[in-house]
Design a protein around this ligand. Structure first.
Ligand SMILES: O=C(O)c1ccc[n+]([C@@H]2O[C@H](COP(=O)([O-])O)[C@@H](O)[C@H]2O)c1
Ligand SMILES: Cc1cc2nc[nH]c2cc1C
Length: 363
């Protein structure tokens, strides 16, 4: 059971266009560089052609980051040293332009939208905030499902609507961002559910916790999955919304919708860290071809991120030891992604520049 908007969005997600991809491969071979010398940018540009069904694909400007913020009932289990109020306070900081992601977005020319999909507190100084609160934080997943199905669907729809509004406003690439104290616990639970890997393997240190807190965090996730696992009877792919509702967060749901919305509009979406990776698994479970619109911006320190990306067969572009969230890794990767398309538009070909190609050379 899904909602009408979610059903339509999933239905609009289509495979890559093979003809456009072949055309871009052929164009890559004519550009003034040794074949393959732009490394991963080459195959990325081919995939972006397939997504746009156009060769070369449109330049990836303007770029727009959406930061989805939410709180977590599982915070009560002592899985993070930070008070829950920090979520609302950091939302105010994003709106004031004072967070790391704001500085990096100004550096890279990325516009920023902040969406309250489930912050527990009222956000102070909320000028410019998109207020789409589905609920003031989730419930404690160790006691009951974090969300009801209607709440999870409503948050998914917030993400879809955000993607649609940004693309309608002209965005040609979307970036994911998140804010939510305790959300690395929900992320690890979602990743464990969709990959079948043990919580001990996919659970990291989040904002920075000590070893006893990490042991508690793993145990909390094990308990939540033992409680809710029977609801999806061994196969999380039969009802991905049930998994999301049981152990995910409102921002995970919104991010999954945002990713699906981007894929449905054939616009690429650059993923940030472990929260986006958990949302990406959910999106791929709902619409497998949505994976083709996803670009892994970076490799988060969180082990669950690497596990999720490898299941999705996505290679992270940057590896900088980041574990901040907010969209920082996606924003930093944006110039790399945009560059992969710009070369197709602006490089000379061997013919046009009068550069001899390898084949013309006498061996
Ligand atoms: O993006 C990541 O991979 C990432 C890794 C560690 C922490 N975070 C951020 O830290 C917050 C959650 O950390 P925690 O320890 O409270 O679960 C949340 O606001 C995330 O954006 C984000
Ligand atoms: C200060 C702070 C900033 C953050 N940004 C994203 N998650 C965060 C968590 C904390 C604690």
């Amino acid at each position: 059971m899904t909602s009408e908007l979610l059903g339509l969005t999933i239905g609009a997600v289509r495979p890559l266009d093979a003809a456009a991809m072949a055309q871009t491969r052929e164009l890559q071979a004519r550009l003034t560089k040794p074949a393959g010398s732009l490394g991963e940018l080459e195959e990325l540009s081919v995939r972006l052609s397939g997504l746009a069904a156009l060769s070369p694909p449109p330049m990836l400007e303007p770029a727009h980051l959406a930061i989805f913020a939410g709180d977590h009932g599982v915070h009560a289990q002592g899985v993070t040293p930070w008070p829950q109020e920090v979520t609302a306070q950091m939302v105010a900081n994003f709106l004031a332009g004072g967070a790391a992601v704001n500085a990096l977005a100004r550096q890279t020319g990325v516009a920023v939208t902040v969406v309250d999909v489930g912050v527990a507190a009222d956000v102070p100084g909320a000028d410019g905030l998109v207020s789409a609160k589905v609920r003031a934080g989730t419930r404690d997943m160790t006691v009951e499902p974090a969300m009801t199905r209607p709440e999870a669907l409503a948050a998914l729809e917030v993400g879809i609507a955000t993607a649609n509004a940004l693309v309608d406003g002209g965005a040609r690439v979307l970036l994911t961002g998140d804010m939510g104290i305790a959300n690395t616990t929900a992320s690890a639970a979602v990743i464990s559910a969709f990959t079948g890997r043990d919580p001990g393997v996919v659970t990291g240190y989040g904002t920075g916790i000590d070893a006893p807190t990490h042991r508690r965090k793993v145990e909390v996730i094990e308990r939540a999955l033992a409680l809710h696992g029977p609801a999806w009877g061994g196969d999380p792919h039969t009802d991905p919304v049930a998994v999301l509702a049981a152990v995910g967060g409102l921002e995970h749901a919104a991010l999954a919708g945002f990713i699906l919305g981007a894929a449905a509009r054939r616009v690429p979406v650059i993923l940030d860290g472990v929260i986006a990776a958990a949302a990406a698994l959910t999106a791929a479970a709902l619409a497998p071809s949505s994976r083709d619109a996803m670009i892994a911006g970076h490799e988060s320190v969180e082990p669950g991120a690497s596990v999720a990306l490898s299941q999705l067969e996505l290679n992270p572009l940057l590896s900088l030891g980041l574990r901040l969230g907010e969209g920082t890794g996606a924003v930093l990767a944006y110039p790399v992604v945009a560059g992969s398309v710009r070369v197709l538009h602006e490089m000379a070909t061997f013919d046009s520049a009068g550069v001899a190609s390898k084949d013309e050379h006498k061996q």
